[in-house]
Design a protein. Structure first.
Lengths: 867, 231
């Protein structure tokens, strides 16, 4: 039960002597020396020790994991001792793994085989790939000629663990590699896999677990996630000798009092220059809409330079389009690829020598992951730039950059005790075996995600699966398993059980996408939420081109080309990434440092010097940050990690905004703002407006609001139950309940060969939600939906910590009245107008406010000092 | 809540003289959903019986008129429907002397069950000034007051938390008085009438219709004209 960091790599000789002469010969014919991950990992894996290998992207992790295994299998094969069984399973979150596997597994095996042939030897190691795309024919072949190394996804592993024939093959697996484990651990797919691993381990007791991860924190937690609370694990935390060249850049020297036209022009000129100076540039825009916009503008502003050599890549584009872009990228045919977040993970994307982030990547880990996509060869420089859009963005990104360079990486959140996933997995286990419930409980608790699973929750799920939520005479329909309380055993029920679980397996909810078509030709897809906002004649952007909306029928939208016309509707909505909590605290700390500098009357020169050094930013940026903070300081107060500022501001229409400067990230602010609004809503039933961002939130009303009293009276120990009430009737709970109910197989996405539309699923879920509430307001699946909303989507825990800090006086609340919003509030207030304002107007609004601020503070101070 | 002479709203039902009118029970809907892969527990019959109990404690009538769509499935009778419909009849006969079943669009196959209790299916029911008809088809020679179901009227308000309420509608059809009754089933609330697109050919524009919202306790309240309702 120990997680231990490996202090130093093994010596080359130590690793070398483990290798079979043939493998050794092959290796050194190809590589000069072992890479660092290989020096750390190969020996440990050879000795069957569980290990987590964490190294930046673009390393040799995958081959590290496979080298020991190949070595072993080559040895067995030459001795003719290779059995017809699966020795190793490789699990990756992505289906499109062919590329990586080709390089790290197929090629080495092919070359070793050829090398053996030259010596008159024969090696026959088989590889099999089983994903959702594998045909029945291929599966049959696999059963006849068992692959020694099996490549798969979490969902396909789940299916194999339910199929009698494959189940037999999976008894006695010796290694299991989980690739991109950090990406899996963050969501319910990872929770699912975590339980599947225990099932696999149960039938393969000598399983050695190997996790491959990018640089994330807390690395020990990921290691524990890999092995659970009862097994040992080694950690190889490899920092690369890769050189980093990371910078925050701005199109203009300052980001205030500039016109949209100027910014726009400067931004695209800068992008164009950067792209032209490099061979291939990868741009991240955070949103799909942003991706479309950037491609559109680059094409229209520089028509001669960007035609066939630029591509858009995001989740809403058709699979064919995305593959096309990926292939072109690999072939080096593209000068520039613009994506939302879709190229952050996985597949080898070819040669990239510059990564640009437009706007904040919102977390240090994410930024490092993105820039890791550049500098293909091992020792090449990683080159990344963050292009900032406004002053808040500048501060945020500068702090982010500092943390990235200092290797202070934000912690990821691993969901635990998800009851919907638990239900699905227990059901799948009952399909293949009869289990004693007490032993099953113990077995499941060996996984990290369920190590604290309570007996109560466990039996709630057993009862749910056994259909005990309905009358006895109905249970034959509702029961998915039988549960014998005498023998304390559970087992499968019904002929359809296996088919139902297999066709509904997994944790990824169906997305509400609507097809966009011209006639019968599919252009791409958009969300339902976006569709609702479209009116006849609206022009929107998809795939970098503009289209006019005509009408919609069922799940498809008819459009016609509107080439050359500008879009009438922007397509941003809730896909914005939330700021990580750790990074938020770092920004707050920086705010406090600057405030202290102001307080102790340091000279402008000294402060500039401090900013310059502390944040690794250039002079322009330091100057802009200085001005921004100075204005806030002179006009109002600087909120920071120990001081929440609450600002009252009344606009021209007599609407009073109560602005909470709580820079804790959107996930925490979602909780805090809803809690305040819920308490206030009990007093003022109507006319309550809420706005939230990463930097704070506001409540606004034409009536007098006791918002601060409501906020300071929030009791941390009652926050959870308060929030459960607050989200009770929200759209978000209804949607998440649908996701949970489908995972728990209460709503079947596919039944009797018919696939249910998302719309239909949602209607079903509404009926179900009402019914379930009447059985028990704490019905396990409903409880899980609430947990998912509060813990995974929002951040109840950290919100609670903030309230505790307030309660114990560690964080003070200070109130202030302003006739114009303070500079730190501009972004937040204008965010609230986002729906009705265009980007241009937003900038005008901020500029106008800024001029008013300058006029005010200028009277009291030397305005030259600030400007 | 009195609507016209001899006509008043009692919970989700309408009392007309010695008759109690209810519509759109959609019995067996759970099993139908079940066959579509939705594991919804069965509540509907108990709910309906409970509500009827509440109603019979308030009023005494001789006759119950079911204004169409007694059960859900169109072309078949599922197991739950056999069970639930008969249970409902047996309960009703402990309270009233007569049950009249008006044909609804879902009631394609109903005769086999009705035969079990010697009941007949009628296309509509007339008495004095009143015509009671399901509402999916227009017939001629209507009386001065028409009572239909079929539409499942409900109203939702945009104020958060957005809730939807079942309601009665009272307006005009060809210069005659039209009353639309809500569905008696609690599985679904109904269709928001302010979204337009009506199922029933009796309803076209409802701006000038009056609406009466029924709360959870079964009390109806006059909310006035649709066009004057808050959003």
């Amino acid at each position: 039960m120990e997680v231990k960091f490996l202090e130093k790599p093994y010596q080359t000789e130590q690793v070398e002597k483990l290798l079979h002469p043939l493998v050794k010969e092959w290796f050194f014919s190809k590589y000069r020396s072992f890479s660092e991950p290989q020096l750390y990992g190969v020996k440990e894996i050879h000795e069957r020790n569980n290990i987590l290998i964490s190294a930046p992207t673009g390393g040799t992790k995958t081959l590290t994991a496979f080298l020991s295994i190949i070595n072993e299998l080559v040895g067995l094969s030459l001795k003719n001792k290779l059995e017809d069984k699966v020795y190793a399973i490789y699990i990756s979150p992505l289906k499109a793994l062919n590329n990586d596997i080709a390089i790290n597994l197929e090629e080495p095996l092919k070359e070793i085989k050829e090398l053996a042939k030259l010596k008159g030897l024969d090696i026959n190691i088989r590889i099999g790939v089983r994903t959702g795309d594998t045909t029945p024919n291929e599966k049959q072949k696999m059963l006849k000629k068992v692959p020694h190394i099996l490549i798969t996804t979490p969902e396909s592993l789940a299916i194999m663990l339910m199929s009698y024939k494959f189940y037999e093959l999976l008894k006695g697996v010796e290694w299991c590699i989980i690739d991109e484990i950090h990406a899996l651990a963050e969501n319910k797919r990872g929770v699912h896999l975590n339980l599947l691993m225990e099932h696999l381990n149960y039938i393969s007791p000598n399983l050695c677990r190997i996790g491959l991860s990018a640089t994330v924190e807390p690395i020990e937690e990921i290691a524990k996630y890999l092995v659970g609370p009862e097994r040992d694990c080694k950690i190889a935390n490899v920092h690369f000798s890769k050189k980093f060249d990371l910078k925050v850049i701005s199109p203009l020297p300052d980001l205030i009092d500039i016109t949209f036209e100027d910014y726009h022009k400067a931004l695209y000129n800068m992008l164009d220059n950067l792209i032209q100076e490099h061979k291939t540039t990868l741009i991240f825009t955070n949103t799909r809409a942003g991706t479309e916009r950037v491609v559109h503008h680059l094409k229209t502003l520089f028509p001669s330079r960007y035609i066939e050599n630029i591509g858009a890549h995001h989740g809403s584009l058709s699979k064919k389009h995305r593959l096309d872009i990926e292939n072109k990228l690999k072939e080096g045919k593209l000068k520039c690829v613009v994506c939302s977040t879709s190229l952050e993970l996985g597949i080898d994307i070819g040669y990239i020598d510059l990564v640009l982030c437009l706007g904040s990547p919102k977390s240090v880990a994410r930024f490092l992951q993105r820039v890791g996509r550049s500098g293909h060869a091992l020792h090449e420089t990683v080159k990344g730039r963050i292009v900032v859009t406004d002053r808040d963005d500048l501060v945020e990104c500068s702090v982010l950059l500092k943390n990235a360079i200092d290797k202070k990486i934000d912690k990821i959140h691993i969901p635990v005790n998800a009851l919907d996933v638990l239900a699905q997995v227990i059901h799948s286990m009952a399909i293949i075996n009869i289990w004693n419930v007490d032993e099953l409980y113990k077995l499941l608790r060996k996984s990290y995600c369920y190590k604290d699973l309570t007996e109560e929750d466990f039996f709630e799920i057993i009862k749910y699966l056994a259909g005990e939520y309905v009358e006895l005479e109905e249970r034959y329909i509702y029961g998915k398993i039988w549960y014998d309380k005498e023998s304390r055993e559970i087992g499968k029920k019904g002929k359809m059980s296996r088919v139902i679980n297999m066709t509904n397996v997994g944790t990824i909810p169906d997305e509400t996408n609507v097809k966009v078509k011209i006639g019968d030709k599919v252009i791409g897809t958009i969300d339902e939420a976006f569709l609702e906002r479209l009116d006849k004649g609206d022009i929107f952007v998809i795939g970098g081109d503009t289209y006019e909306y005509l009408h919609s029928r069922g799940m498809s939208v008819q459009v016609r080309s509107a080439s050359g016309r500008s879009p009438t509707i922007p397509s941003w909505f809730s896909e914005m990434l939330p700021l990580s909590f750790d990074l938020a605290l770092e920004i707050q700390r920086f705010r406090r440092l600057i405030e202290e500098y102001f307080e102790s009357k340091n000279s402008k020169k000294d402060i500039l010097k401090f900013i310059n050094h502390h944040l690794y930013v250039d002079e322009n940026a330091a100057n802009a940050i200085y001005k921004y903070f100075k204005e806030q300081y002179l006009y109002s107060l600087i909120p920071n990690d120990k001081k929440i500022i609450v600002e009252y501001y009344t606009d021209e229409k007599d609407k009073t905004y109560v602005i909470f400067h709580t820079l804790f990230g959107r996930r925490v602010n979602d909780v805090l703002s809803r809690a305040v609004a819920y308490v206030l809503g009990k007093i003022h039933k109507r006319d309550l407006e809420i706005g939230i961002s990463d930097n704070g939130f506001y409540v606004a009303s034409t009536k007098n609001l006791q918002a601060v009293r409501a906020f300071s009276q929030l009791d941390p120990s009652e926050l959870k139950s308060l929030m459960e009430d607050a989200i009770e009737k929200t759209e978000i709970l209804k949607r998440r309940f649908r996701h949970c109910a489908t995972r728990a197989l209460m709503i079947l996405k596919e039944y009797k060969g018919v696939r249910k539309h998302v719309g239909r699923q949602q209607v079903s879920s509404m009926i179900l939600l009402n019914a379930v509430k009447r059985i028990d307001n704490d019905f396990s699946i409903l409880k899980e939906a609430r947990r998912e909303v509060l813990d995974d989507l929002m951040d109840l825990n950290n919100a609670k910590k903030i309230l505790e800090d307030i309660k114990w006086g560690k964080i003070k609340i200070k109130e202030t009245n302003t006739s114009i919003p303070s500079p730190f509030a501009f972004g937040l207030i204008s965010d609230g107008y986002m729906d009705i304002m265009r980007m241009e107007d937003r900038m005008d609004f901020i500029n106008r406010m800024h001029q008013m601020i300058l006029a005010k503070i200028g009277k009291e101070n030397e305005i030259e000092d600030i400007r | 809540m009195k609507l016209f002479k001899d006509i008043e709203i009692i919970d989700l039902a309408l009392k007309y003289k010695d008759n109690l009118i209810i519509g759109d029970l959609q019995l067996g809907y759970e099993e139908y959903l079940h066959n579509k892969g939705l594991l919804i527990p069965k509540f509907q019959l108990n709910d309906i019986l409970e509500r009827l109990g509440r109603i019979f404690s308030r009023v005494k009538v001789k006759r119950v008129i079911i204004n169409g769509d007694l059960k859900h499935e169109f072309g078949t009778i599922n197991k739950q429907e056999w069970n639930d419909v008969l249970k409902l009849f047996d309960y009703l006969f402990t309270k009233v002397e007569e049950i009249i079943i008006i044909k609804g669009n879902h009631d394609v196959i109903l005769a086999p069950i009705l035969k079990q209790r010697n009941l007949k299916l009628v296309n509509y029911f007339e008495d004095d000034d009143v015509t009671i008809i399901h509402g999916d088809k227009i017939v001629v020679n209507l009386n001065k007051i028409i009572i239909i179901a079929h539409e499942h009227p409900a109203i939702s308000f945009s104020e958060k938390p957005a809730d939807k309420f079942k309601c009665f509608l009272v307006g005009k059809f060809q210069r005659k008085n039209l009353i639309v009754i809500p569905s008696f089933s609690n599985l679904t609330v109904g269709t928001d009438v302010r979204h337009g697109n009506f199922l029933s050919p009796y309803i076209n524009k409802i701006d000038n219709f009056n609406c009466y919202i029924v709360d959870d306790k079964g009390n109806a309240r006059d909310f006035g004209k649709i066009k004057e309702l808050p959003l």
